[in-house]
Design a protein around this ligand. Structure first.
Ligand code: 5AD
Length: 350
């Protein structure tokens, strides 16, 4: 088991020869713990409405430059049927924090997906009430993704301000609720948020272990011009021990997450692929990841789901996304996983 100091040392490591030991270790742990299958999760970005004002995110309320959309139930269901045709075992329904997504509307969609497809359903709809979580679970939803973004409380409050007259957001608390309600739970962080130190990131990794997460998604922070963390007017500046939002740092965190949580599901994320369009996704899979999330949102909506600029595959059709993922998995000698790809951590626990 890696100690806190060892985690820090790896995060600061720059020597390619020593780093190759980390890559090899992560890759062999991945193979032994979860095998060579790469599971595909079809991502459907169902709404870009958002009532929050997160300092990092392009969907934040107040970004009036963004065209807002919410897909209809029929459009969402059509996408899920496309996911089945592509052979995916899971769909991920993701949105901003959108009160227009009501408890009953969402529950009905989940029920219809579960009735008409064999898909596992993952929800990623932000911070919602316990009652919403329970209703959607009862309707058949299998998993919930909610990144805690950073375990540093001061930094978190700054980048993720509470809504006016609402209590502070407590995503760790919500993750506990989600687990109790019976979901497979996923979380994660951004890498290189201005003000994030190497110690913060090491704490994030230790928190992944303590939460015993079923899924861990990490990606580089990519500044969005219409947010307070835009490149030219970063409100909080880099700290002394600032973590770079680099491709290399992202690989280190993916690899360490695998070493620390061997049996969890780890995606090679789109944010990583956005930093290295040619090989980012493959390299993530070769350094600990076992999941990819092809985007199957209809292209005319997808262009408006601009969390950060320059998102990889933002202009591809679902068919093209599918083909490029397939090629990438085969190119590195791995296989496409069949079925829902339930996390081993979850099966063990239940
Ligand atoms: N750069 C990178 N990742 C981002 N996310 C939101 N904004 C950005 C950004 N500017 C990530 C957050 C969120 C997930 C859906 O996307 O971690 O949880």
């Amino acid at each position: 088991m890696l100690t806190f100091d060892e985690i820090i040392a790896w995060l600061r490591e720059e020597n390619p020869r020593r780093l190759s030991r980390l890559w090899n270790k992560a890759d062999s742990i991945r193979r032994a713990a979860v095998g060579d299958d790469v599971y595909l999760r079809g991502l459907i970005e169902i709404s870009n409405y958002c009532i929050r004002k997160c300092a990092y995110c392009g969907l934040r309320a107040g970004n009036h430059a963004l065209t807002r959309y919410r897909m209809t139930a029929e459009e969402i269901l059509a996408c899920t049927h496309e996911a089945v045709r592509f052979g995916y075992g899971t769909v991920v329904l993701q949105s901003g924090e959108d009160p227009g997504i009501t408890r009953e509307w969402m529950a009905d969609i989940v029920r219809r997906i579960k009735q008409t497809t064999p898909l596992a359903v993952t929800l990623s709809l932000g911070e919602r009430s316990d009652e919403d979580f329970r209703t959607w679970r009862d309707a058949g939803a299998d998993r919930y993704l909610l990144r805690f973004e950073t375990s540093n409380p001061t930094l978190y409050r700054y980048i993720h301000p509470a809504r006016s007259s609402q209590p502070e957001s407590d995503r760790i608390g919500l993750l506990h609720t989600l687990r109790e309600v019976g979901y497979e739970i996923g979380s994660g962080v951004m890498i290189g948020i201005p003000g994030q130190s190497h110690r913060d990131l090491a704490n994030d990794l230790e928190l992944f272990r303590r939460l015993d997460l079923d899924m861990i998604g990490v990606g580089p922070f990519i500044p969005h011009p219409r947010t307070p963390l835009a490149p030219d007017h970063e409100e909080i500046s880099a700290c002394d021990d600032q973590v770079p939002n680099s491709e290399l740092m992202t690989y280190k965190v993916v690899a360490l997450a695998r070493v620390i949580c061997p049996e969890t599901n780890i995606p090679s994320t789109t944010a990583l692929a956005s930093l290295n369009r040619a090989y980012g996704r493959e390299m993530g899979l070769m350094r600990g990841a076992n999941i990819v999330m092809p985007n199957i949102t209809p292209p005319w909506y997808r262009v408006h789901y601009e969390i950060y600029p320059g998102k990889a595959s933002s202009r591809e059709s679902p068919n093209q996304s599918h083909k490029s993922m397939q090629r990438c998995i085969e190119a590195i000698g791995r296989h496409i996983g069949v079925g829902p790809g339930i996390s081993k951590t979850f099966t063990r626990r239940s």
